[in-house]
Design a protein around this ligand. Structure first.
Ligand code: ADP
Ligand code: MG
Length: 228
């Protein structure tokens, strides 16, 4: 249940040249650990998460997810690994408007080849864990932005992932709601034992992290252990 990136370099085509988005990045997150990544816009934070999520293959370097070296995996192997091992929370919750809160989570079980009805108890348990007890049958338009982001987080945990990747989850929330979502991620990371990477531009969130790293021009350097 860990995440290991070693010497990862990622470039994008940029006219006739290549733009280096990640420059020999290494990062290890243990089970139950929360690493926060900060850095200016365009520094490579989302690219780091995309590589960790195995959505983009790096030019060079190794990505090991829950003990599996992803380098040798083909498309089908990567899809299966993502479904069972990696949970992602992006800025926009992207909930399905027609589904209730519980159904948004149950769909994840369906995608994993399990009957969604049997997944309801876990869905209700996770909704309670993110503070949405009693709201399981609401649809997105009946919920606030903060509540929708909590569903997004619960949904990412539905298939019990080893790795949780979170990209600026509080950017659409006010400070107080943002702080509550961060506290929740802290608790869930420990309870569910995920290796969590959190990209944030809000420095007030950093005391929730075990480790803090800063991204600048595609290079990642450790800042400090916030909690020791
Ligand atoms: P951040 O999340 O820190 O804002 P990104 O990882 O999104 O940074 O971007 C890092 C750099 O890579 C930026 O210069 C950005 O313009 C560039 N970039 C990101 N995605 C692509 C892409 N799909 N194609 C080309 N360049 C990209
Ligand atoms: Mg980004």
């Amino acid at each position: 249940m860990s995440l290991e990136l070693t010497d990862v370099t990622l470039t994008y085509p940029d006219g006739d040249a290549r733009l280096t988005a990640l420059d020999r990045v290494s990062l290890t997150v243990p089970p139950g650990g929360l690493t926060a990544v900060i850095g200016p816009s365009g520094s490579g934070k989302s690219s780091l998460l995309a590589v960790a999520a195995t959505l983009i293959g790096p030019d060079r370097g190794r990505v090991v997810v829950d003990g599996t070296d992803t380098t040798g995996l083909g498309r089908a192997g990567l899809t299966a690994l993502r479904r069972t091992t990696i949970g992602t929370v992006f800025q926009q919750p992207n909930l399905l408007p027609a589904l209730t809160a519980a159904e948004q989570l149950q769909v994840m079980a369906h995608l994993d080849g399990r009957p969604p009805r049997k997944a309801r108890p876990r869905a209700l348990e996770l909704l309670a864990a993110v503070g949405l007890e009693g709201l399981a049958d609401r649809r997105p338009h009946q919920l606030s932005g903060g509540q929708r982001q909590r569903i997004n987080i619960a949904r990412a945990l539905m298939n019990a992932p080893a790795v949780l990747l979170v990209d600026e989850p509080t950017s659409a929330l006010d400070h107080e709601r943002g702080a509550a979502v961060l506290a929740l991620l802290r608790t869930l990371t420990r309870e569910q034992g995920t290796a969590t990477v959190l990209v944030t531009h809000d420095r007030t969130h950093l005391d929730a992290a075990d480790e803090v790293a800063e991204m600048r021009d595609g290079r990642l350097r450790p800042l400090h252990g916030a909690r020791h």
